[in-house]
Design a protein around this ligand. Sequence first.
Ligand SMILES: NC(=O)C1=CN([C@@H]2O[C@H](COP(=O)(O)OP(=O)(O)OC[C@H]3O[C@@H](n4cnc5c(N)ncnc54)[C@H](OP(=O)(O)O)[C@@H]3O)[C@@H](O)[C@H]2O)C=CC1
Ligand SMILES: O=C1O[C@H](COP(=O)(O)O)[C@@H](O)[C@H](O)[C@H]1O
Length: 493
Amino acid sequence: MSQQSAPRPTDLVVFGGTGDLSMRKLLPSLYLLDRDGHLDGGTRVIAVSRDGLTDADLRDKTSSAVRGHPAVQVVEPDVLRRFLDRLSHVTVDVGGDPSGWAALAAALDPGRDRVFYLAVPPMISGDICRGLDGAGLATPGSRVVMEKPLGRDLASSRAVNDAVGAVFDEQRIYRIDHYLGKETVQNLLVLRFANVFLEPLWNSRWIDHVQITATETVGVGGRRGYYDTSGAMRDMVQNHLLQLLCLTAMEPPASYDREAVRDEKLKVLQSLRPVTGDRVAEDTARGQYGRGTVQGVEVHGYLDEAGGPAVSDTETFVALRAEIANWRWAGVPFYLRTGKRVGHARSEIVIRFREVPHTIFPGTDTVPGAGSLVIRLQPDEGIHLTMLAKTPGAGALRLRPVPLELSFADTFSTRSPEAYERLLMDVLTGDSTLFMRRDEVEAAWRWVDPIIEAWNSTDTTPETYPAGSAGPEGAHRLIGRTGRTWHEEEQPR
Ligand SMILES: NC(=O)C1=CN([C@@H]2O[C@H](COP(=O)(O)OP(=O)(O)OC[C@H]3O[C@@H](n4cnc5c(N)ncnc54)[C@H](OP(=O)(O)O)[C@@H]3O)[C@@H](O)[C@H]2O)C=CC1
Ligand SMILES: O=C1O[C@H](COP(=O)(O)O)[C@@H](O)[C@H](O)[C@H]1O
């Protein structure tokens, strides 16, 4: 990645540094980077919120968060102490009492690089940037990191981008999509563009369809308030799933350079056929979880989750059929699916190859599950290719799908970093290849907005599915109409 440089002493200011994202993901990831020797000795983390925490309070809260993080198996007390010493808290009430900006200015060191991470509700991003500018803190070279969702539709996304762009030029804006920091997602590019054998098959001639799935067993947890204004379409499809689709479908970029990669992703988004009119009913399905049992535990339905209204049309599951109208992909459906509180959590991209043009093995031409390449993000990161092989034996010839497995855990002895570790490191070293450019985000909203508008303009509501199930029936009907099935439903015979 051409833009990368060594980490330098940096003041990393995290607005929303006491919130859920910071405690669950950002601070534990920074601890892991520090533990593994990737943070410069002079780097400090300044958490900003309105709640008047002392530095000691923040360090206690962070210590618990680090200890509770699944990737931190053993806490090394000296490393933790060194990391906690980097932390301090400053109270700034964005949009309220302006005195906090002077306190923040006093906490920053003019000799260090500056990164401002906006882990806050997106509607205050503009106020933060104006506050930074007013206090003279958005110095040349300083960078800003924005969390998703970037707006709730194209118009609001443009407004947020304009407000942030008025203070920071595009080169200094890092729009996070944490799926791009996942190891397997980056490996998808390597798989496609560093190996010679796949690319000739990577088109409508040889691929029947693609499935992109990101399902979770968890519900909305403590985020019902946020989720009720979002839903699965804005929370997952507009960003994570469409980014996965872009990396799967894009043309080979001329180099692994940030603009070259982003240019190719943008072309995919611009080639998505709009889903409008009757196609909304045909090509989309949405659901909302009801009560049920997930992994043996009885759980609430969405409407009973605390922090939101007892009646809501918010979708917690979406399935879609997308088409990319270009030479490579014409006629190949891309099925996208995401949902909360289903029976099994899986994030994966499944490439389903076509059958051979002519079979010489009678009776074996439709063996289910054959000819799939699965790029699995989680759990058990890896790449799995299913091929047909002959079952040993002297009797009648029988073919069976057999797996060729590449498990990252078994193959590489090194730990796969958390997505946020990778992305935070990239921000600190000034590499924005794995971040979204403004035009990409806006192209994604341009495709998603009409679908949400169509849902809102009908009197249909999301179909209830029991927690712990495989999602709404509509998702199965959507793919089943063409005689296909979701990957996990294929039972090899
Ligand atoms: N949580 C997650 O898993 C994910 C979150 N995100 C995104 O990250 C962002 C933060 O989410 P999350 O951490 O869940 O939200 P939380 O509500 O848990 O935290 C919000 C943080 O922002 C601070 N804050 C809110 N308003 C102000 C204000 N006016 N001035 C100063 N500080 C303020 C809060 O502190 P206080 O109230 O004490 O001032 C708190 O630290 C959102 O954009 C979300 O969509 C993205 C991906 C995943
Ligand atoms: O951005 C989000 O992602 C998480 C899922 O992330 P994962 O890395 O655990 O797959 C999702 O739970 C959350 O609702 C969404 O905001």
